[in-house]
Design a protein around this ligand. Structure first.
Ligand code: TYC
Length: 103
């Protein structure tokens, strides 16, 4: 955006882009059938959680119904959802994983 200088020439003004991308929470939803060990493996492998934190998150989901596995930009969040869902189905587990915008 610029307008014109006194000689009538079009000016292009630079500005630094400061907006942050929208972030998405990837949620794990509880179910009665997915083995606890599989959920812990998912948290470790796809969400880079240490063993103890993975156990805590899995148990929180088990007791509360859902929990945050990680927070990412949209493309990454959607890729995690697709990868984890594909892996769960391949193993015959009904695990549900969804992404939702933060804020
Ligand atoms: N409720 C499952 C069980 O008792 C464990 C589980 C935890 C499943 C978290 C899904 O997102 C989940 N085997």
């Amino acid at each position: 955006d610029g307008g014109q200088d006194p000689q009538g020439r079009t000016q292009t003004l630079e500005r630094t882009e400061t907006r942050q991308p929208r972030l998405y929470r990837v949620l794990l939803l509880n179910d009665d059938y997915t083995p606890m060990d599989f959920v812990v493996m998912v948290l470790s492998r796809y969400f880079r959680k240490a063993e103890q934190e993975a156990e805590l998150i899995m148990l929180a989901v088990h007791h509360k119904g859902q929990g945050v596995a990680g927070v990412y930009t949209r493309d990454i969040a959607e890729t995690k959802v697709a990868q984890v869902t594909a892996h769960a189905r391949q193993e015959g587990h009904p695990l549900r994983v969804v992404a939702e915008p933060e804020g």
